[in-house]
Design a protein around this ligand. Structure first.
Ligand SMILES: Cc1cc2nc3c(=O)[nH]c(=O)nc-3n(C[C@H](O)[C@H](O)[C@H](O)COP(=O)(O)O)c2cc1C
Length: 304
């Protein structure tokens, strides 16, 4: 019997499959059709202190080998999340990763404090949304801010703090090191790559926001390269994501250095994908000659 359980620092997950933030809501719609408690965890839609309407439409568009989104963090706000969404997720026995975002450092700190008494597995600080004007990616592109804001949140939280990094930087390792210095329990990477698609008839960008975050199969090689690089730069665990759409992709991300993985765009294309992959993992582990899937993590042998 293959052991699919993994550890992200002290947190044990029953398997490495996490639903990625922004592609699974708070699990309500999915729970009507699937057993959401079977997943390793669910990273919630990124939520903010106050409700947000997000950006004007069109804000999602399919494109070559993936999609572009500029949703702009539409969410019901902290109070609704505390009163309705988290209780629902708990009632469904889901393992909750609270993905949080803010315009200011105080926003992150405030939400972190308000989550202190909540029964959640971890907080994921989204320092990487490319579709909002304030905070987020601005924070995630500055190692000093990553370190200091991570430290402020770590200080105030009994929960593990994961830092979600943007690939839209020159050195992802420098950002990961800053998160580690700030006391992060883990880093999640990657968020979306900033991109643009154009309607040649109107000569306008297709997204009303002009730019959006690129995700899906096309970003997978970028994610794998960054995970491999970060694995060799920090000692904290990595939660890997970016274009995962098969059990083989999960294995590749773990070999590159991920302790657990997240699936985003893949499940928008095929909602049953996380459960399908979960069913395929034992056979793949046998083929790769491991009894425990966690044995794959960081086993990449780079050419010298
Ligand atoms: C429609 C959409 C909404 C997203 N919203 C969030 C979010 O609220 N917080 C966050 O950290 N990442 C968000 N992301 C990024 C994903 O969680 C993930 O990092 C990215 O899409 C790469 O993984 P994928 O290729 O598997 O989708 C969003 C992605 C998409 C496509």
């Amino acid at each position: 019997m293959v052991d699919l359980s993994v550890k992200v620092a002290d947190l044990t997950l029953k398997n490495p499959i996490i639903a990625a933030s922004g592609t699974f809501g708070f699990g309500q719609e999915m729970a009507e059709f699937f057993d959401i408690s079977a997943l390793g965890a669910i990273s919630t839609k990124g939520f903010t202190r106050l409700p947000r309407k997000g950006n004007p439409a069109p804000r999602v568009a399919e494109c070559d080998c993936g999609m572009l989104n500029a949703v702009g963090l539409q969410n019901p706000g902290l109070e609704v999340v505390l009163q309705k969404e988290l209780p629902f997720m708990r009632s469904a026995n889901a393992t909750i990763i609270a993905n949080i975002a803010g315009d200011t450092a105080e926003d992150y700190i405030y939400i972190t404090e308000r989550l202190a008494q909540e029964n959640i597995a971890a907080i994921e600080l989204n320092f990487s949304c490319p579709n909002v004007k304030e905070g987020c990616i601005t924070f995630g592109s500055d190692p000093q801010i990553i370190e200091s804001l991570t430290a402020e949140c770590v200080k105030r939280s009994p929960h593990p703090i994961w830092v979600k990094l943007t690939p839209n930087v020159t050195s992802i390792s420098d950002m990961a090191k800053a998160a580690e210095q700030g006391g992060a329990t883990a880093v999640s990477l990657i968020n979306t790559l900033l991109g643009m698609i154009i309607d040649i008839e109107t000569r306008r960008p297709i997204l009303h926001n002009n730019t959006g975050g690129y995700s899906g199969p096309a970003v997978k090689p970028v994610a794998l390269r960054m995970i491999s690089e970060v694995y060799n730069s920090v000692s904290i665990p990595i939660v890997g994501l970016g274009g995962i759409s098969s059990a083989e992709d999960v294995a590749a991300f773990m070999i590159a250095g991920a302790s657990a993985i997240q699936i985003g765009t893949g499940l928008l294309v095929e909602p049953s994908l996380p459960w399908k992959i979960l069913a395929e993992l034992p056979e793949l582990c046998r083929k790769l000659k491991v009894d425990r899937i966690s044995e794959l993590t960081g086993t990449l042998e780079l050419w010298t």
